[in-house]
Write a protein that binds this ligand. Structure first.
Ligand SMILES: [Mg+2]
Length: 369
């Protein structure tokens, strides 16, 4: 133990980046996105992690987590993760605390890999070289031209053969427009690309089942959160009655959440978000839970936080190449990955850790604390 480097400091920074145009899904609208950055230092080596969460997340890192983690071996990330989970017992783990833990956990994995001079995927051990991605955006606020431009960007310019648009507009009250946008999307991407939809819990159970038939007619193969992820039996019922894959899991903040979702038979593919679920440590365990049931996992949003962990699991389906986050990660970081052809190859350049470096000059104007 004594010859292992210790975590000496954990620091935070908060960046808020306006969207390029107003964005909305079925149940939420936004015009800016906040990224909470965490750095963890051992000697002269610094790792970085992040989450998309309110600035309060950074406060929680400083108040409850930094002191818990400093002094621990930088090699023992699961120990640090467990200590952090215990430290937030009374604050409540799900939500902001889990996001805070996730950002620190990711920073610690990045730090360890950097200390060892390895790309993180080499430290974790690869199950694959290439990580498939799908283009994700198609916000309900987009007009026809903008949706088409975005879809062509993925399908034609970047050669990504999987795309997802938002439906369930205005809490499921715009069914006709939803179906019209799905039909337009299919027309734009052609017959061979995969077309996914995400209702963000905007429909009722009966409504989702009725719409599933129309979506299947358009060759839709992925129906994300047709109803709220809170309603596991309804998800399971929809799943039994449509050939389209039913998916959910983005609000999983701890391992038992994923176990409950899987045990309910609620999903064909488990989504998990490394920046919400407690970091890479917990994301890998969630993937293992799914693997034990013969279920794939897909990484939700924040593609560069997922990339290396995704390459380390055998039952990965893909990562979400989410427009809003891709744009922010390209702005704030150097070392971002190229999704050309529909997949990324983390670690291919040999850069240690996540392979990301904060682009200080570009990031400075967006720093809010
Ligand atoms: Mg979603």
């Amino acid at each position: 133990m004594s010859d292992q480097p210790a975590v000496e400091a954990v620091d935070t920074a908060v960046y808020t980046v306006p969207t390029d145009t107003p964005e909305a899904d079925g149940t939420l609208a936004w015009d800016r996105t906040t990224l909470v950055l965490v750095t963890a230092r051992a000697g002269t080596t610094t790792g970085l992690g992040y989450t998309y969460a309110p600035a309060a997340t950074a406060h929680l890192v400083r108040e409850l987590l930094a002191g818990t983690v400093t002094g621990l071996s930088a090699h023992d990330v699961p120990r640090a993760n467990e200590r952090m989970c215990r430290a937030v017992r009374n604050a409540g783990l799900p939500g902001v605390a889990a996001q805070a833990i996730a950002a620190v956990d990711i920073a610690l994995w990045d730090l360890k890999a950097r200390l060892l001079g390895l790309p993180l995927v080499r430290l974790l051990g690869a199950a694959r070289d290439d990580v498939p991605v799908y283009g994700s955006g198609g916000f309900t606020t987009y007009d026809t031209a903008r949706q088409e431009r975005q879809l062509r960007g993925w399908a034609e310019e970047q050669g990504i053969p999987r795309v997802k648009i938002k439906i369930g507009e205005s809490w499921g009250t715009r069914e006709d427009r939803d179906l019209e946008r799905v039909a337009r999307a299919r027309a734009v991407i052609g017959d061979t690309a995969e077309l996914y939809v995400d209702a963000n819990g905007g429909y009722t159970g009966g409504q989702a089942l009725r719409l599933a038939d129309a979506l299947a007619d358009q060759g839709v193969t992925w129906f994300e959160e047709p109803v709220s992820s809170d309603h596991l039996t309804t998800l399971a019922d929809i799943r039994r009655r449509t050939p389209i894959d039913v998916t959910a899991g983005e609000y999983g903040y701890a391992l038992p959440y994923f176990e409950h979702m899987l045990a309910a038979g609620a999903v064909d593919c488990l989504q998990a978000d490394v920046t919400r679920c407690g970091g890479i440590t917990v994301w890998l365990r969630a993937a293992a839970l799914a693997h034990a049931r013969g279920i794939d996992v897909s990484g939700h949003c924040a593609p560069h936080a997922h990339a290396h962990a995704a390459a380390a699991v055998p039952n990965l389906r893909h990562l979400e190449w989410f427009h809003d986050h891709v744009r922010i990660e390209r702005l704030l970081f150097d070392g971002v990955l190229d999704p050309g052809g529909g997949s990324i190859t983390p670690g291919a350049d040999g850069a240690p850790g996540l392979g990301l470096a904060l682009a200080e000059e570009r990031a400075a104007p967006y720093r809010v604390e």
